[in-house]
Design a protein around this ligand. Structure first.
Ligand SMILES: C[S@@+](CC[C@H](N)C(=O)[O-])C[C@H]1O[C@@H](n2cnc3c(N)ncnc32)[C@H](O)[C@@H]1O
Length: 486
């Protein structure tokens, strides 16, 4: 189970039933006198799902008889994985009204994924569904939870992604998700040999109408169609994902991805008790992270409260002639990457201005002692990159991110003109730098986005920042240190 899944520890059914009394009739005692639920009883499963959604997500959901009863822990695993995928890409730098937006293909009568995503993360969701009855029930569940602002349920005809993405624009959706119909025909839905062997049913009761569970050709065919559709609409969605129920389907699915030109894909495992499912994610954008990006972290203790640490580090990076694409304030206690409260800077380095700094400083020191005129001449010959300490205005540190990015770029030296040619020609390093300040404790977390230097480059810059800070804190009369005091 995902490490953030709140259901990692066993449920306390007695406590749950005290608050949600409709669960009480389904409780019995095991041999140790501990309350248990019979997961093979569909009614009990339905009551448990309703109680968990109410208790943990304040979602009031109707699950009519004979429709698939979604198990909450397994569904939550998928949502948590999507959170990870988004966090590895810094949430695609959303802010304000520009919120995360996803599609749940085959949302079902309960619209469970759309409801969880909207309620837990305030993501904007479109749920697609082919069964008219399920569309009606899903809409009613959305309305009942006052989530119409965030969730739209679309009735699709015979299409997997084509119809919902028909009039979409570039990057309109951050992700798609899907729990595909599992079976190829009616016979397979009997919990007979084939289904047990290929896609073991959850150890609980078999629930769901035939139409919900069957697709001609089974999940393999459904996901292959989804992959084909994704190629046609590759610009509309950043990350396509689906659940996979039969492990051996991966072989064909990966071949299918290759056949449509996908190089960037990943798989994951979802487990809930004895039930095992898998996740498949792919993107046509090779810069999107589907696995955690390389990271380098440095902690700083006893940072003087009078020092504006974020601006201090930002100024150092600025003096290295980096290009700043964006600067964002972040306050995400709940975030997947535990970054607390602070700032994130997205930068690109196209020239190595950070190594050999100590040698340059010593050289300068020596020359200063020798003769100021001679020093100027020799330093110029040494092609010392232009240095300018920029005092950042309060406005820059607190302004909304779009303006930040422009202002940050305006703060650059003239020599750092930001052009597409420079960028594409020689990117040494592209990174997010997260700066977190908590009283006298500070943390810098750098995540690699790209560039020829890779993680080595991150380590070099972190060393440079650590050494600069150690030096400046021993000698707080330095110009930079003074300028960046509150
Ligand atoms: C296994 S159920 C998943 C339901 C729900 N998402 C869940 O996880 O509990 C698959 C759903 O996909 C729907 N479905 C089948 N073909 C579809 C299509 N082409 N487009 C959208 N939904 C489809 C079925 O009606 C069913 O509700």
């Amino acid at each position: 189970m995902h490490e953030r899944n709140i259901y990692r520890n066993p449920h306390n059914f007695a406590e749950l039933a005290k608050k949600h009394t409709f669960l009480t009739p389904y409780l019995s005692l095991n041999s140790n006198g501990v309350p248990k639920i019979n997961f093979k009883d569909q009614e009990a499963l339905r009551a448990l799902t309703k109680a968990l959604l109410l208790e943990d997500f304040q979602l009031n959901v109707d699950i009519p008889e004979d429709v698939l009863v979604p198990t909450v822990p397994l569904r939550l695993n998928y949502i948590l994985w999507l959170e990870d995928l988004l966090a590895w890409n810094n949430g695609f730098e959303k802010s304000g009204n520009d919120i995360i937006s996803g599609i749940d293909v085959g949302t079902g009568a309960t619209a469970i994924y759309a409801l969880l995503a909207a309620k837990k993360n305030q993501w904007r969701m479109v749920g697609t569904e082919i069964e008219p009855e399920s569309v009606m029930l899903a809409r009613s569940n959305v309305k009942q939870n006052n989530l119409e602002q965030l969730i739209q349920i679309i009735h699709v005809k015979d299409s997997v992604l084509d119809q919902v993405l028909e009039n979409s624009v570039s990057n309109q959706y951050d992700f798609t998700m899907c729990n595909p119909p599992f079976f190829g025909n009616e016979d397979e839905t009997d919990s007979g040999a084939k289904s047990r062997k290929d896609r073991p049913l959850p150890s609980g009761a078999k629930t769901g109408t035939s139409n919900e569970l069957i697709y001609d050709g089974g999940e393999l065919e459904f996901i292959c169609k989804m992959i084909e559709d994704s190629q046609k609409r590759k610009c509309s969605v950043r990350i396509f994902t689906t659940m996979v129920g039969i492990k051996r389907d991966f072989k064909e699915l990966l071949l299918k991805l290759k056949s449509v030109g996908v190089k960037n894909f990943t798989t994951t495992e979802f487990t809930q008790g004895k039930t095992m499912r898998w996740g498949l994610a792919w993107s046509f954008d090779d810069k999107i992270h589907l696995t955690p990006p390389a990271q380098v972290t440095q902690e700083f203790e006893n940072v003087p409260t009078c020092l504006n640490f974020e601006n201090y580090i930002f100024s150092h990076l600025q003096n290295l002639n980096f290009y700043f694409l964006k600067r964002m304030s972040c306050a995400s206690e709940d975030s997947n990457v535990d970054i607390g409260i602070g700032q994130t800077i997205h930068f690109i380095a196209t020239e190595n201005t950070w190594t050999g700094q100590r040698r340059r400083r010593r050289e300068m020191e020596r020359l200063r002692n020798f003769s100021s005129t001679a020093a100027t001449a020799i330093v110029n010959n040494d092609k010392e990159p232009p240095r300018k300490i920029v005092k950042l205005s309060e406005e820059v540190s607190s302004a909304p991110q779009q303006e930040d990015s422009i202002k940050s770029m305006e703060c650059q030296e003239e020599s750092s003109e930001f052009t597409a040619t420079t960028l594409s020609s020689n990117i040494l390093l592209e990174s997010y730098v997260q700066l977190v300040r908590d009283g006298r404790h500070a943390r810098i977390n750098m995540s690699l986005l790209g560039g020829s230097l890779g993680k080595d480059g991150l380590n070099q810059i972190m060393t440079y920042l650590r050494n600069s800070y150690t030096r400046d804190s021993k000698n707080p009369s330095t110009e930079l240190y003074q300028l960046l005091k509150y």
